[in-house]
Design a protein around this ligand. Structure first.
Ligand SMILES: [Zn+2]
Length: 244
């Protein structure tokens, strides 16, 4: 039997009208993201948008032409959102944090790529701010989000310079620990993403982490563990168009 290597967030599963998954290593060699969306999730890959990720705080709205097949997307950015039923958004990560978001009352959904550079650039707060600008503060209070498989505090060693950039962020102190060697720290990127959501006005009970640390779980790609051989896993959220 082939084990499906993906995880889901109970919070996002309970939100009406969206399908989502944080995909891991594909048990079917060479299948590719598009084939996996079709065969495992019955989601049309031509309706799921991704971006050319650049560790920025650039937030874009879904467009025709952002479709998922192949590697990178067409437009540069690190968060993509859609309010069109029958469309979805995704991000590709190895140790960076994939954050999937739904605003159930709109309905709208978003996918965010948040590594340490993106977190330091403010991608989380910027995404929530842009969604709030478009859909209002009530929609943000109802926002539900999950931070998927990513590098956690057990494994993610960083140097003093990166620690200095992360420390001023919301929850920065709490998400950093002294590492083994002198001048080294460990950072919990998923925890930083959740702190960013809370600081942007999302109720803490509406956010959770889903899945393991990518570095020490072999079900997920990890840049730290695999080095140059690293694949990237797709995390997606898709609006079915059938809301209550
Ligand atoms: Zn770990």
């Amino acid at each position: 039997m082939i084990l499906p290597r993906f995880v889901q967030s109970p919070l996002l599963r309970s939100a009406a009208g969206v399908y989502h998954a944080f995909l891991g290593v594909d048990p079917v060699p060479g299948r590719g993201d598009a084939g996996r969306l079709r065969t495992v999730f019955s989601v049309p890959p031509s309706r799921v948008g991704t971006l050319r990720q650049r560790h920025t705080a650039t937030v874009l709205e879904w467009e025709e032409g952002d479709a998922v097949p192949g590697g990178e997307g067409r437009r540069k950015g690190d968060a993509l959102w859609t309010a069109i039923p029958g469309t979805g958004v995704g991000v590709r990560t190895a140790d960076c944090v994939p954050v999937l978001i739904v605003l159930p009352e709109v309905p709208a959904c978003a996918a965010v790529h948040a590594g340490w550079r993106g977190l330091a650039a403010g991608i989380i707060g910027e995404t929530v701010r842009r969604l709030g600008e478009r859909f209002g503060p009530d929609a943000i209070r109802g926002l539900v989000a999950a931070a998927g498989p990513s590098a956690r505090g057990c494994c993610y060693e960083i140097g003093e310079e990166v620690a200095d950039l992360l420390r001023p962020l919301p929850g920065g102190e709490r998400s950093l620990s002294r590492g083994g060697p002198e001048g080294k720290w460990t950072a919990d990127l998923a925890a930083l993403a959740l702190e960013g959501l809370a600081a942007a006005g999302v109720p803490p009970g509406n956010c959770e982490t889903a899945g393991p640390c990518t570095v020490c779980s072999h079900a997920f790609h990890s840049y730290r563990r695999e080095k140059s051989l690293t694949g990237r896993q797709l995390s997606f959220i898709y609006s079915t168009g059938s809301y209550p």
